[in-house]
Design a protein around this ligand. Structure first.
Ligand code: PLP
Length: 447
């Protein structure tokens, strides 16, 4: 009953993010009511395993009383403090210091946002400011990677390389360029890691030459491409791209909005390649989705250049809710939980998840199984040898999502027939095994 009236109100009034306005109207919303650990319960009382941690964000899992207490304490004490006028609050200052201590290299300066999209957008502005401050304002061209996702603000959506975010919006803009993804399973140069790395290095160099070396401001990548279908590059690919940027004097920006905060094993995925980006964006796992927050990490040389360029002037970039004290208090508690055992559990469970999903590899519908840590994908095909994607008639995104839901599992179902997994790091071994078994059930039903 409650659910039916909510479905009607939802249809009439709520615009959902990245949803078909009409499709959503027809099908109706599924209302979630409560959650604990890695499990969510809907309005009808069905309990499901959340194999996608909300939207790859609830890394700590649901229902941590200590996080609730941290938010409530902060709200009681000081629910808001602006960072404007050189004011501040204790929680964001402490959080910035804690993050700086744990970040790769000298990514020691932190700018807080409300989420990932505005973190990326902030980097675009900081990068432009940086080059102005260096006396090279003509460096206004940006490069990113096909299949990449960098949010959906009007500027960031053009760094994103997914057609649904461009069509009808008049983007990407002429200053936004792309190179091909590494997409190992479908790379035209084949699956051999070094061949893929060499091809990407050559393509990035060629793209920079085409634009003009003195015009290129920055290059963006995700250490693992998330929304493009969980595309894991060969080991060494990220470092190779970093090296090209260093050699050509281009700022290198790692978008760790998904991969940050334990999703792939370490706190940040860049650590696995031993690299330090010039700027790094994070969000999601920073507060584990309990409240909105993102963070831009800035290296010393970027910070000092901007500071020198601005002199006594204010750098005109900021939001009312930058460095929100309640979000910061939550993030501090989430960080303590990660280090109190969640990162470790995530690593153990990530290995179990990968092993389990790999056991599906001989299923007739499974073309590829890939992932790292608690971030994984199973790519479905109708013909394994030819790697033929599932037929469009199967309407994979909705049909597969629905089937998984009916099997008691929430997973991301990408339109091209890919299941994406990003379970909370708190998952138990039994929950991981259930994620795999319920996937097998869906695959068998789809044969
Ligand atoms: N960057 C990456 C790599 C993402 O995956 C996302 C969201 O999924 C974003 C940026 C945008 O973050 P948000 O949705 O918090 O604005």
């Amino acid at each position: 009953m409650l659910s039916n009236s909510l479905v009607e109100l939802d249809r009439k009034h709520l615009i959902h993010p990245v949803s078909s306005f009409r499709g959503h109207e027809a099908r109706g919303v599924r209302v979630l009511r409560s959650a604990k650990g890695a499990q969510v319960t809907d309005a009808e009382g069905h309990t499901l395993i959340d194999g996608f941690a909300g939207l790859w964000c609830v890394n700590a899992g649901y229902g941590h009383e200590s996080i609730v207490a941290a938010a409530a304490d902060q709200m009681r004490k000081l629910p808001y403090a602006t960072g404007y006028f050189d004011l501040g609050a204790e929680a964001p200052i402490r959080l910035a210091a804690e993050l700086a201590e744990r970040s790769p290299g000298d990514l020691d300066h932190i700018y807080f946002t409300l989420g990932g999209s505005d973190a990326v957008d902030s980097t675009i502005r900081f990068v432009r400011y940086y080059w102005h401050a260096r006396g090279e304002p003509q460096r206004d061209q940006f490069i990113s990677v096909e299949q990449g996702y960098h949010g959906s603000t009007s500027a960031g959506a053009g760094l994103t390389a997914l057609p649904g975010f461009h069509e009808g919006f008049g983007i990407p803009y002429s200053w936004q360029h792309k190179i091909s993804s590494h997409y190992v399973y479908r790379n035209p140069v084949g699956p051999e890691p070094q061949a893929i790395i060499d091809a990407s290095v050559a393509e990035l160099r060629a793209k920079v030459a085409e634009i003009g070396e003195e015009r290129v401001a920055a290059f963006y990548l995700e250490p693992i491409q998330g929304s493009g279908g969980v595309l894991v590059p060969p080991t060494g690919w990220v470092k190779a791209m970093r090296d090209v940027c260093s050699e050509l004097g281009i700022l290198f920006i790692a978008d760790e909005v998904i991969t940050g905060f334990g999703r792939t094993g370490p706190l940040f995925a860049c650590e696995e390649e031993g690299i330090v980006p010039d700027l790094m964006t994070t969000a999601k796992g920073l507060t584990s989705g309990y409240v909105p927050m993102g963070a831009v990490f800035m290296r010393e040389h970027v910070y000092q250049t901007i500071a020198d360029g601005a002199g006594a002037k204010a750098v005109g970039h900021g939001f009312t809710y930058s460095a929100h004290p309640v979000s910061a208090a939550v993030a501090l508690e989430v960080l303590a939980l990660y280090e109190g055992g969640l990162l470790e559990n995530g690593r153990t469970m990530g290995a179990r998840l990968m092993e389990g999903l790999r056991s599906l590899a001989d299923h007739p519908l499974v073309g590829d199984v890939r992932g790292r840590g608690m971030l994984a994908a199973v790519e479905l095909v109708s013909d394994k040898a030819a790697r033929t994607p599932l037929p469009a008639s199967l309407q994979p995104a909705t049909r597969l999502f629905d089937r998984a839901w009916d099997a008691g599992l929430i997973v991301r179902s990408f339109p091209q027939g890919i299941f994406g997994y990003a379970p909370p790091l708190c998952c138990t071994a039994d929950e991981i095994d259930q994620i795999v078994e319920r996937t097998r059930t869906v695959l068998d039903q789809t044969l």
